[in-house]
Design a binder for this molecule. Structure first.
Ligand SMILES: *Cc1c(COP(=O)(O)O)cnc(C)c1O
Length: 359
């Protein structure tokens, strides 16, 4: 069976040696030495001042909204995983969808600007598939209207834009370190910022609002454990090799798949160094997608419809929206299997089945 993704597992003995240390110290959580070590390495790697390890990428977005004092309208993308808009609603804010660009399925800055009202307090944009949003245009809009720019960077660990980590952009960027992502800690996530005051507040919010023995405010439990940090410390050194192998597989797909009128792919930003988080393709119609998916499944190959449905069509998310690009692409977008040790023979087989299904 071939799934859309497969979790990378590091050397088990190395993990066990970290576990031994946890047993020796009898400290399992609450900002232990492995959490601190992982955060320091991530800060170094990303070239940012603060990177706070939290329990997952969804709570990371919720804390980001909370810490920036966002309580009203958040302009966000309809083409993302549901965690993006769910977090907005969970924080009692109102998601306002701005449609995406048909080139890269990232939020369209012109649509963002058109959606601004006096109640807009933030933009929450996703770097879809590890591609980069138009960060310059969004930063300009943020400054012009005095609103915050938050990036859901769940897909983009390891990607660089303009010579720096894609995760370093925005007032806050969040990341997910879920087992399905390029870099993972089993479950986990991070909140990234260069602002000292914001980082200090995030640290309070992720730990019940504690300030020494007392409480600053109402917080949540968003901490992560020594076991999760240990997994991260084991996987982190292997990330360059994981990305190298994913790149090779992606380039093989690029050569073998019948791109043209019946099959498309995103336009990757020119100054982006990709992390090869996903291998998305766009079919001509939902019918063509469903036929291909069924043919792959008949061979025990399981691609995923990332991202389906368009979040703007979820009735409990928003009553009405006007996002034709997202609504259309969500019906036609499929992510093909991509993981560090996917055999090149399997890539050939998958490409052949896709070709046979649509040509
Ligand atoms: C995976 C993902 C998340 C959620 O991350 P978790 O760590 O699973 O909570 C959020 N946004 C996007 C775009 C994702 O793909």
């Amino acid at each position: 069976m071939i799934n859309v993704t497969k979790t990378y597992l590091p050397d088990i003995e190395e993990y066990q040696s970290y576990v031994k240390g946890i047993w020796d110290r009898v400290q399992l959580t609450n900002n232990g030495p492995l959490v601190k070590e992982l955060e320091a390495k991530l800060r170094d790697y990303l070239g940012v001042k603060h990177c706070l390890f939290v329990s997952n990428g969804t709570i990371a977005i919720q804390i980001a909204l909370k810490v920036l004092g966002i309580s009203k309208e958040v302009i966000t993308t309809p083409f993302s995983y549901c965690a993006t808009s769910h977090s907005v609603i969970w924080e009692n804010c109102t998601p306002v969808f701005a449609d995406v660009s048909p080139k890269d399925l990232c939020i369209d800055p012109a649509r963002v600007e058109a959606a601004i009202t006096e109640n807009t307090q933030a933009i929450l944009a996703t770097h879809v598939y590890g591609n980069a949003c138009d960060v310059e245009a969004l930063a300009r809009i943020g400054e012009k209207y005095k609103i915050k720019v938050i990036y859901d960077g769940a897909h983009c660990y390891g990607a660089d834009l303009g010579g720096k980590a894609l995760l370093s952009y925005g007032d806050i960027s969040t990341c997910s370190f879920h087992a399905t992502k390029v870099f993972h800690t089993t479950e986990g996530g991070a909140i990234i910022t260069d602002n000292d005051d914001v980082a200090w507040l995030i640290d309070r919010y992720r730990s019940f609002g504690h300030i020494a023995d007392n409480y600053l405010t109402i917080g949540i439990n968003g901490k992560n454990s020594e076991f999760h940090a240990a997994m991260g410390l084991c996987v982190l050194p292997d990330v360059p090799e994981i990305i190298r192998s994913r790149k090779e597989i992606s380039e093989l797909y690029d050569r073998l798949l019948p791109f043209g009128e019946k099959l498309g792919s995103p336009e990757w930003k020119a100054d982006l160094v990709r992390n090869y988080a996903y291998y998305p393709v766009f079919f001509e119609s939902e019918e063509a997608l469903l036929k291909t998916k069924a043919n792959l499944e008949a061979h025990d190959i399981f691609p995923r419809r990332y991202f389906y449905p368009s979040l703007s069509t979820l009735p409990f998310v928003q009553k009405e929206s006007n996002c034709p690009v997202s609504d259309d692409f969500a019906l036609r977008a499929l992510s093909l299997p991509l993981f560090y040790d996917l055999a090149h023979d399997d890539v050939e087989k998958i490409s052949r089945i896709v070709s046979d299904s649509i040509l």
